[in-house]
Design a protein around this ligand. Structure first.
Ligand code: KIV
Length: 274
């Protein structure tokens, strides 16, 4: 795999090649995910839920996103790293938005940022893109709007709502975004958006017709049990595997099987016991 850039994603859409995206938040997981061949890593503000235990993504700060981004960047070689701009880092003013996007790139080492929203955020996307910072959009179910939406609910279920989301998609593209996450909408609407846009759509809970798919790594590995969305495919139950390993360790320590003679040093100046 060559170094992946935002231009490659647009080419992948043109070539009809699906784009797999996963989240990662730290060095070790990034090395595994990239080693397996993932071309795009999203440092999502979902970190606040799956790593910090918050109920939603709203408490996450720019400093935390910079910290996680720099950990991910140290672990990857080729994958494109896109970082979420957290709640309140881009909604208040264009100046804030530009400064915070710049910090995430400069201090974190991200290669693109992601912002949630459509028509209402188009000027912000334009302003960040004018700074030569690639922007990924995020429309449909936008987790930072959880209180307005009244929960994590499917969006665009009737034609009026669907048309508003299509307007969002077009606004995001026109503002200069290089790709857009489409979350929590009916598959038919995601297909319509994907056909309408020339930039790639990356779906989550949006069916099979998007140009790519994204999942939260903790969900697909079975590491996060608090919420289990129906759209997630669990590829492995790591919680169960880790539980078995930890129980074995506890038992080994209890019975004196760990450390075994291969796990400690026998040379040195310490007195022989007894
Ligand atoms: O924060 C995140 O991980 C995301 C994905 C769910 C798309 O925004």
């Amino acid at each position: 795999m060559n170094k992946v850039t935002v231009c490659d994603l647009i080419k992948m859409k043109k070539d009809g090649k699906k784009i797999p995206v996963l989240t990662a938040y730290g060095y070790s997981m990034t090395k595994i995910v990239e080693g397996a061949g993932i071309p795009v890593i999203l440092v999502g503000d979902s970190v606040g839920m799956v790593e910090a235990g918050f109920e939603n993504t709203l408490p996450v700060t720019v400093e935390e996103m910079i910290y996680h981004t720099s950990s991910v960047v140290r672990g990857r070689k080729k994958a494109l790293v896109v970082t979420d701009m957290p709640f309140l880092s881009y909604q208040v003013s264009l100046t804030d938005a530009k400064k915070n996007a710049g910090r995430i790139m400069k201090e974190g080492g991200a290669e693109a940022v992601k912002v949630e929203g459509g028509v209402t955020i188009a000027d912000t996307i334009k302003a960040i893109v004018h700074m030569e910072i690639p922007v990924m959009g995020h429309i449909g179910l936008t987790p930072q709007s959880i209180h307005r939406m009244g929960g994590y609910k499917i969006q665009g279920k009737n034609r009026q709502e669907a048309e508003a989301i299509i307007r969002d998609a077009k606004a995001v593209e026109k503002a200069g975004a290089f790709a857009v996450i489409v979350e929590g909408v009916p598959a038919g609407l995601a297909r319509e958006i994907t056909k309408t846009l020339s930039i790639p759509t990356i779906g989550i809970g949006a069916g099979p017709y998007c140009d790519g798919q994204v999942l939260v790594i903790h969900d697909m590995l079975g590491l996060f049990e608090d919420i289990k969305p129906t759209y997630v495919k669990r590829y492995v139950d790591l919680s169960a595997i880790i539980t078995t390993a930890v129980r074995e360790y506890i038992d080994d320590v209890d019975k004196g099987r760990f450390p075994g003679k291969e796990h400690f040093y026998t040379t040195g100046s310490a007195k022989k016991p007894g």
